[in-house]
Design a protein around this ligand. Structure first.
Ligand code: F6R
Ligand code: MG
Ligand code: MG
Length: 385
């Protein structure tokens, strides 16, 4: 019987070095020690710890299925330990994403975000793990559409009979907590009508038409969970590649276009998503620009082989250059939209206070008084008083 393996990628912002900038190595080491113990005790089969910006990312393989209380418990313990170190070191916003002490079997809803898939391992199972900082889960909508539905990106959709049937997209309305399955290419325009609003309609999973899973994204929206701003959702994603799925190169291709995503500075600005190697996953300029990393693994008998740091390649230099150009261009808008997000999307903002302060001064437009005109010269005289 083929091996059934679960890949769980769980991430949290447990505090960071020099503002919301990067994870401290001691926090990574603390999390690794907890996961190593979990591996020895048979909770998980294998793990890899990494980070993107201020988010600690735990990549785990096991045979316990998705939403497993033991595996989630282990991740929770790793985050708690890392947060403890962050507090000791006085790191910034230590424990930020650990919203509650009431862990009861699942990290969902408590702050961390999880992307998990259970698969029947193919003889060779290449996967790509993505993790992004200073952005939101809908940031993967555009790349996922290109990977699984756009023949100008994915040649296999046209050429490979195993991809030719298309895929099923699971789209979640994160405000209503409802989802819908849409088939491509048949319902391509319906799909685009939804996912073009990435703040609300988020692609959570993609399946082949034979039901095999191809991709999964963490779609927790932290600000909806907490009811107030507690950091961006900085999403992770798992994508399967090759032999009936898009090739690794087709999975990476959309990231040559650094599309605009929400979440830069104070979770309140649009900026280009820059693909970077892990060593450059440290947002600086205006707390950004938003970044994404991609790690390639092979999964064999529930063990992780790898990773290869896939954006550590001159082939993505041009995308980074364009991202820097776009960052300059967007920054020049200062506090103006569309650099700054639409008010409904701004996570924490002075706007409600400004409106409250001005509320009695707002009048019907016709009733607005003309400002009093002073006699000519008066202002200059006054200026000499
Ligand atoms: C956090 C983020 C940052 C912070 C900003 C202000 O993920 O995106 O841009 O929002 O650095 O942080 P505070 O309010 O903690 O000073
Ligand atoms: Mg942070
Ligand atoms: Mg972050």
């Amino acid at each position: 019987m083929a091996q059934r393996t679960t890949i769980s990628v769980i991430k949290a912002d447990i505090g960071s070095l020099a503002g919301h900038h990067t994870i401290h190595p001691d926090c990574m080491a603390a999390a690794s020690r907890i996961l190593a113990e979990g591996k020895r005790n048979g909770v998980i089969s294998d793990f890899y710890v990494t980070h993107v910006g201020d988010d600690l990312v735990l990549i785990m393989t096991h045979t316990k299925g998705v939403d497993n209380p033991e595996v989630h418990g282990l991740a929770w313990e790793a985050f708690k330990k890392a947060a403890e170190i962050a507090k000791e070191l006085g790191l910034y916003a230590a424990g930020q994403d650990l919203l509650s002490d009431a862990f009861s079997g699942n990290v969902r809803g408590l702050g961390p975000a999880a992307a998990e898939m259970e698969i029947e391992e193919r003889p060779s199972e290449p996967i790509v793990i993505f993790a992004a900082d200073k952005t939101e889960p809908g940031a993967y909508n555009l790349p996922l559409y290109k990977i699984f539905a756009d023949p100008f990106n994915t040649a296999g959709l046209v050429i490979d009979p195993r991809l030719h049937d298309g895929f099923i997209f699971e789209v979640v309305d994160v405000f209503e907590d409802k989802g819908v399955h849409l088939k491509t290419p048949e319902e391509l325009y319906d799909l685009l009508a939804l996912i073009g609003t990435p703040s609300r309609y988020v692609i959570r999973r993609v399946f082949r038409k034979d039901g095999r899973i191809g991709a999964v994204v963490s779609v927790e929206r932290l600000n909806l969970i907490a009811g107030k701003y507690v950091g961006k959702d900085d999403p992770v994603m798992i994508v399967r590649a090759q032999s009936g799925f898009p090739a690794v190169g087709e999975v990476l291709e959309p990231f040559t276009f650094p599309h605009l995503v929400a979440g830069w500075m104070r979770g309140s600005h649009n900026g280009p998503l820059m693909p970077v190697p892990v060593r450059d996953a440290r947002p600086t300029r205006f707390d950004g620009p938003p970044r994404v990393i991609a790690l390639g693994f092979q999964v064999k008998n529930a063990k992780l082989v790898g990773p290869s740091d896939l954006f550590d390649d001159p082939a993505f230099d041009k995308a980074r250059e364009v991202a820097n150009e776009v960052a300059d261009y967007m920054r020049r808008h200062g506090p103006f939209m569309p650099h700054r997000l639409d008010p409904s999307e701004m996570e924490y903002t002075t706007l409600p206070q400004v409106l409250e302060k001005l509320k009695d001064r707002f009048k019907p437009v016709k009733e607005l008084p003309e400002p009093e005109e002073r006699p000519a010269g008066a202002s200059e005289e006054e200026a000499h008083d």
